[in-house]
Design a protein around this ligand. Structure first.
Ligand code: SAH
Length: 304
């Protein structure tokens, strides 16, 4: 015997009013379709607000991340920041390629850097390395005022357009070398560098507000493996913390052409700051593998 139960075709749909009121029928059809689409694949082509969006981003279940940061990340449509071919894996916890051989960072690392930089609602943040604009969008979702610099002009232009289309009107994108920062808009509560350098750019340390934090990947001896470091300004001193091993694309431009950065030789451990450092260490410790056990050091040298 042929199965005749719920043959959901046009013929059946037209017959349905016999069983159900027409309005209820369309509610059911629409409701089922929406549920089948799920949240992760939701698109919001022309919406200028992401307030209602929730994307299921992998990697955020790891311990230690603040709720506000996780929520901000789930509001950003990451599939709009990668090419269409990659949209199926846009919400996986991995770095993905973007144009010009650059990458969009993995969501967990975006969360980690944002948290380490103490970004909160109202923070003024400078990002070096706009790339796709994804990290900038996350910062903006948190309520930060964002300034971001990208050295590849085409990427800067694309990111600017993309962010505007998605409704991130308050993100300022500039094309150029970020080594010297964006002095006119400083000081910043947080500076996030999303490409790896051999040393700290002095101008960025200079543009940090009191208690402001710089977070960036620092190159070590091993090629292709960097240490994520945070540096907090305390008066004329800079307290550093290691947050773990990461992989980033290299910072280009002045960083590679003989510009003098602040390196390990500038790091000292003055006893006057030790208690402060311990306190900070407790607050900013993450459950992530570290290369040197959350080592903390202080840049005593005054930035010129
Ligand atoms: N934050 C980005 C990921 C960036 S990848 C995102 O969320 O998508 C690193 C980016 O830094 C690349 O786009 C690269 O072009 C840029 N970059 C490298 N050196 C730079 C420099 N000196 N100044 C500004 N941007 C730089």
């Amino acid at each position: 015997m042929k199965m005749k139960y719920f043959p959901f075709n046009r013929e059946f749909a037209l017959q349905m009013p016999e069983f159900l009121p027409r309005r209820l029928m369309w509610c059911l059809i629409f409701g089922c379709t929406a549920a089948a689409c799920g949240t992760a694949n939701r698109t919001d082509p022309s919406m200028n607000t992401n307030a209602d969006a929730r994307y299921q981003v992998q990697g955020l279940e790891r311990p230690g991340l603040k709720l506000a940061i996780k929520e901000a990340i789930t509001r950003v449509p990451r599939h709009r920041f990668v090419s269409e071919e990659l949209s199926d894996i846009a919400y996986s916890d991995r770095a993905l390629p973007i144009a010009h051989e650059q990458t969009i960072s993995q969501p967990y690392v975006v969360a980690l850097m944002t948290q380490a930089a103490n970004v909160v609602d109202g923070s003024k943040v400078l990002e070096i390395g706009t790339g796709s604009g994804y990290q900038a969008a996350v910062l903006s979702e948190l309520g930060a005022k964002v300034f971001t610099i990208e050295i590849i002009p085409e990427l800067a232009a694309d990111a600017k357009k993309r962010l505007q289309t998605l409704g991130y009107q308050d993100i300022n994108v500039r094309s150029g070398d970020g080594w010297q920062g964006w002095a006119e808009e400083g000081p910043y509560d947080a500076i996030i560098v999303t490409a790896a350098a051999p040393s700290f750019p002095p101008a960025l340390l200079e543009q940090l507000a009191e208690r402001g934090k710089l977070v960036m990947p620092l190159e070590g001896d091993e090629v292709g493996l960097e240490t994520l470091v945070s540096v907090q300004r305390v008066g004329e001193n800079f307290v550093t913390s290691s947050l773990g091993s990461v992989r980033f694309v290299p910072l280009k431009g002045e960083a590679r052409s003989g510009a003098v950065g602040l390196g390990k030789e500038d790091l000292k451990q003055p006893s006057a700051l030790e208690s402060f450092m311990d306190e900070q260490s407790e607050q900013s410790r993450f459950e992530t593998k570290t290369t040197d056990g959350n080592s903390q050091q202080t840049v005593k040298k005054k930035v010129q």
